[in-house]
Ligand binder design. Sequence first.
Ligand code: ADP
Length: 344
Amino acid sequence: MKRKKNGFTFFGGALFFITISIVVAIGVLFYDLIVKRTNGNKGITVLVMFLTILFLSVVCTVIDLFRRRQMVDKPVEQILSATEKIAAGDFSVRLQQRHGYREYDEYDWIMENLNTMTEALGKSEMLKTDFISNVSHELKTPLAVIKSYATLLKREKDEKQRKEYADILIKAAERLSDLVSNILKLSKLENDKIPAEKEKVRLDESISLAVIGLENKIEEKNLNVQCDLDEVSFFSVAGYLEIVWNNLLSNAVKFTDEGGMVEVSLKKEGKFAVVKVRDTGCGISPKTGSRIFDKFYQGDTSHAQEGNGLGLALVKKVIDLLGGEISVESEQGKGTTFTVILKE
Ligand code: ADP
C-alpha cells in the first residue's frame, strides 16, 4: 500500500479551533458579566481578569492533555509495547490501526508497516525452522543406512555380500555429499550480494556436456535421447547454467522408465534463448506441480532415495538470478516438458 503524505488534517484542526474559541468566548462573557455586575470596581475587575486567565489556562491545558493522550500517548504506548514483544521474538503481534485506510495518520502508517514487518519476520522464522527440520531429516536417513550397513559389513565374512554392503555405503555417502553440496550452492546463491559476472557461453555446448555427464544412467535405462541444439552464443553465467541443465536432465532421466525418450532442444528466438527438456516419464500431477520448486519437496516418493528435493529449488533460484523464466507442462503417465527462457 502506498503511503500518502499527511499534511494538516482539516477536521482535527477545525475541531481544536472551535473548542478553544468556545472556551475563550465563555471566559470573555463571564469576565464581562462580572465587570458589569460590580460596576467596574477596579480591585474586583483585576481579580476577575486574573481568575478568567487562570480558568482559560486550566481549561486549555486540560483539553491539550486530553488531545495528547488520545492522539499521541495511546498509539505510542501501543507501538512501544508491540516493539518490545517483537524484540523478545514474538512475531505474532499485530496492531489495530485507529482510522480507516483513507484517514490514516502517521501512527497508522507506522502500525501498518510494523504489521508487514512482523509478518515477514514470522514467515522467515518459519522457513528457517522448516529448513532445519528438513535438513536434519535428510541427514538422518543416509546416516542411519551408513550406521546399520557398516555394522553388518564388520560382521560379514562372505566376500560377495560384503561388496554389496560396501556399494550401499557408497550410495548413502554420495547422497549425503549431494545434499551438502546442494545446500551450500543454495545458500551461496541466496546470500551472494554481488551478482555473478556474465560471459559469452556456448549454450549448445554446455547442454551437450550435461547430457554426456548422464551417459551412464542413460545407458543403464536404455533411454533414447534426442538433442536438437542450435549453435547459440549467449551472455550468461556458465556455472549457473550447469546447475539448470544438470538438474532438468537428471530429473528427466530419473523419472522416465526404461526404453523411454528424452528430448532436448535449444532455439534462439530474437533476444531470447529457449530450451525445452521433454521426457516420456511418469508426469507430474497438478497438486505436485504447484510445489515442485519448493525446497525439499519431493512429489514422487518412489524416487525419494535418488534425490533430496533441492534440485528444482536451485534451478528456480538460478533462473530468477539470471532474469529468465521457467515453466512446466505435464500429463500424468505421458511425460513432462520443462521450458526455460533466458534473456541476455
Ligand atoms: P528430487 O528430484 O530430488 O526429488 P527436485 O527438486 O529435482 O527434487 O524435483 C522435485 C519433484 O518434482 C520431484 O520429486 C518430482 O516429483 C517432480 N519432478 C521433477 N522433474 C520431474 C520430471 N521430469 N518428471 C516427473 N516428475 C518430476
